[in-house]
Design a protein around this ligand. Structure first.
Ligand SMILES: NC(=O)c1ccc[n+]([C@@H]2O[C@H](COP(=O)([O-])OP(=O)(O)OC[C@H]3O[C@@H](n4cnc5c(N)ncnc54)[C@H](O)[C@@H]3O)[C@@H](O)[C@H]2O)c1
Length: 353
């Protein structure tokens, strides 16, 4: 097959390349990158439905040259791109959700779109456990003391100012037990934590199998020392953590969000921190900060806020490439695809046979 691997500024083709090295000899692989184009404004209906894209459809079209498989991470795939790619037989999106692809347009042309769900689950799970530890050991407060020029290293007992807790023996409540949540549960269990989970789309047996105790959301909030969100954001769970739910959390518990900011009413979180009900919080995702000035939640001492880094590891990018390369291998061998985002195309193919 003639394969175009089109990277971008976040996930350059060079980071996907090792996964495609094994194709040398059997397939023709071209590597290229789209350039950031923040000035580009989507206008057509096919463009306005896309999210989290990098580069422009015109740049993608410029790289097309009779390719049969197109691999992207952030490059936008619109109906104009598909019109310019009549030889295309497969699109691989090296991310969990194909939010930068007009899926309906690909389906209408009978082009399967495969994705790499869970490629960053290990990275997000590891950061979640780092957050648990940071909050339990009051690391933000202790670091800020040094950052503000505070003295240290003079007194063997100086740690008493930031007396923390072990995480062994404490209870971690996971809201959502998918790719990320399951990996957090396994790691937390290995560290001796008791893990509770609430996931309305799983049956209790599946939750127990993942090493967690199935509970209602209310019970999870009441019993957990740490509440960590791992649900996929949907219209149904927007603002899931609202005033009433923060009020149900155990006094002194801490809150963690590495999922999506839409799951949280941030004003309610701020009030829960101000009232002292929560001992701290850690956010990898939050609503956009003001253009200037300090983030207002940093007024609370045990607060961790990082730019969206949970999935940002070299290994995550590599795994995306490996998963898509495997799908291309399966496709060219006539084997079933593993992570097909538009299964309707297979039904269409069967009708056409
Ligand atoms: N911060 C990052 O860099 C980063 C990276 C990857 C994923 N994420 C986010 O992390 C979250 C988990 O990702 P994932 O790959 O595990 O997703 P996933 O789809 O594998 O699992 C999500 C789980 O959430 C459950 N769920 C849906 N609605 C729920 C609700 N109202 N209450 C409880 N559970 C609910 C689903 O049943 C599913 O089991 C998602 O929001 C995802 O967008 C963030």
């Amino acid at each position: 097959m003639k394969i175009l691997v089109l990277g971008d500024s976040y996930c350059p083709a060079a980071s996907l390349a090792p996964a495609f090295a094994a194709f040398a000899g059997s397939h023709e692989v071209t590597l290229a990158d789209v350039r950031d184009a923040p000035e580009w404004q989507p206008t057509s209906p096919s463009e306005t439905g896309l999210r989290e894209y990098l580069g422009t459809p015109a740049q993608v079209i410029d790289h097309l040259d009779g390719h049969e498989a197109l691999v992207v991470q952030g490059a936008p795939i619109t109906d104009a791109v598909l019109d310019a790619a009549p030889t295309l037989r497969l699109i691989g999106v090296a991310r969990g959700g194909p939010v930068n692809v007009d899926l309906a347009a690909a389906t209408a042309r009978g082009v399967p779109v495969v994705t790499s769900p869970g490629k960053n689950a290990v990275s997000v799970a590891e950061l979640t456990l780092a957050f648990v530890t940071m909050l339990a050991r009051r690391i933000p407060e202790a670091m800020r003391h040094i950052d503000a020029g505070g003295v240290f290293g003079h007194d063997n007992y100086e740690g008493s100012q930031w007396m923390g807790h072990d995480i062994e023996g404490r209870t971690l409540g996971l809201v959502g037990l998918g790719q990320v949540g399951r990996r957090v549960a396994a790691r937390a269990g290995a560290l001796g934590m008791h893990v509770l989970a609430h996931d309305p789309y799983l049956d209790p047996g599946q939750i127990l199998e993942a090493g967690a105790e199935p509970v209602s959301l209310d019970e999870l909030l009441a019993r957990s020392d740490f509440v960590s969100l791992h649900a996929r954001a949907t219209a149904e769970n927007q603002g899931l953590m609202d005033e009433a739910r923060f009020a149900r959390m155990k006094p002194g518990a801490a809150f963690i969000n590495t999922a999506r900011e839409t799951l949280v009413d941030e004003a309610a979180l701020e009030r829960a921190l101000r009232s002292g009900r929560l001992s701290g919080a850690a956010l990898d995702v939050s609503s956009p900060s003001p253009a200037t000035g300090r983030h207002r939640l940093l007024e609370f001492p045990n607060m961790v806020i990082v730019a969206h880094i949970a999935g940002a590891t070299a290994e995550t990018l590599e795994r995306g490439g490996v998963m898509i390369a495997d799908e291309i291998r399966r496709f060219s061998a006539g084997e079933p695809l593993r992570n097909l985002a538009n299964p309707d195309v297979m039904a269409m193919a069967r009708v056409a046979e």
